[in-house]
Ligand binder design. Structure first.
Ligand SMILES: C[S@@+](CC[C@H](N)C(=O)[O-])C[C@H]1O[C@@H](n2cnc3c(N)ncnc32)[C@H](O)[C@@H]1O
Length: 264
């Protein structure tokens, strides 16, 4: 009787753990909505409750444990390993990150803007590819995320190329010229909340921050998706736009980057 109860408890525990660790993650690999609810709502809530820490804090701890100080690639690889095998996070990720790298290499921006820093994963990735004397301004409105990002950026040794600005994009975009001496951006990486892509693009146009040839690179245009933004850049005669097909970070769900050249 007692043995039966013990077997029942152990079996139940193993079944629950397998469900959490392997079965549900495998099932949601191909479904965007389910993937985001599981990875971005349920798992962080469980882990935050159990560990008393936040996901950005756990990512920072992984960097401090495993990444080589001063080695940006090691920081990027450590975060990818952690987020692929331990805990998903909303970084651009390794697969779309390779497309981002190739566009940064091709454009060789002198002044670049990133909208949405989170833990600094893409910031480090971009900064490590920038030519000498180039500057990356990155905007984050969540102070807790910004605090983690500062430490990740410093650990990677790229802080001399990065200006991390805390606050909402809608407030800071109009102040870019006077506060940071920006004439225009060569490349803008849009990776903040999806409903801000279109208003912030129009705001950058109004503020004269885009010149002929400036490039907008937008993440997550399929998942979670940015339909109004896509309709705008694909339909407007002011842009020449191209889609780069890929997957939502660390999953098999379709997602991609939209590269749009501003024609003036
Ligand atoms: C998808 S994450 C950025 C991921 C990051 N680019 C990477 O690949 O590592 C989006 C981030 O944008 C921030 N954010 C969202 N809307 C914003 C806004 N209007 N202004 C500033 N930050 C914003 C969020 O707090 C979040 O940290």
């Amino acid at each position: 009787m007692l043995l039966g109860l013990l077997y029942g408890c152990v079996g139940g525990g193993v079944a629950l753990y397998s469900l959490y660790r392997w079965i549900i993650p495998a099932l949601v690999q191909y479904h965007g909505g389910a993937s985001l609810i599981w990875h971005d709502e349920i798992v962080p809530w469980v882990l935050d409750t159990l560990t008393g820490s936040t996901r950005p804090e756990r990512i920072l701890a992984a960097v401090q444990r495993k990444a080589t100080k001063g080695d940006a690639r090691s920081v990027v690889n450590t975060i990818d390993q952690y987020c692929r095998y331990q805990e998903w996070a909303m970084n651009v990720g390794d697969e779309k990150g390779a497309i981002l790298d190739s566009i940064v290499c091709e454009v060789k921006p002198s002044v670049m803007l990133e909208l949405g820093t989170y833990c600094g994963y893409s910031t480090v990735r971009i900064a490590s590819m920038l030519p000498p004397n180039a500057r990356l301004l990155t905007l984050e409105f969540n102070p807790a995320y910004a605090a983690v990002a500062r430490q990740v950026i410093a650990w990677a040794g790229v802080e001399d190329k990065v200006v991390l600005i805390e606050g909402p994009s809608g407030d800071w975009i109009p102040k870019m010229k006077e506060e940071f001496g920006v004439t225009s951006f060569d490349l803008v990486f849009l990776d903040h909340w999806k409903d801000r892509y279109l208003p912030d693009t129009k705001l950058m146009e109004e503020c004269g921050l885009l010149r002929t040839g400036s490039i907008l690179l937008a993440d997550n245009v399929i998942c979670p998706g940015t339909p109004e933004y896509l309709e705008y850049v694909r339909g407007s005669p002011r842009y020449e736009s191209k889609y780069f097909r890929s997957h939502l970070e660390y999953t098999r769900v379709e997602d991609g980057l939209e590269k749009s050249v501003f024609l003036g």
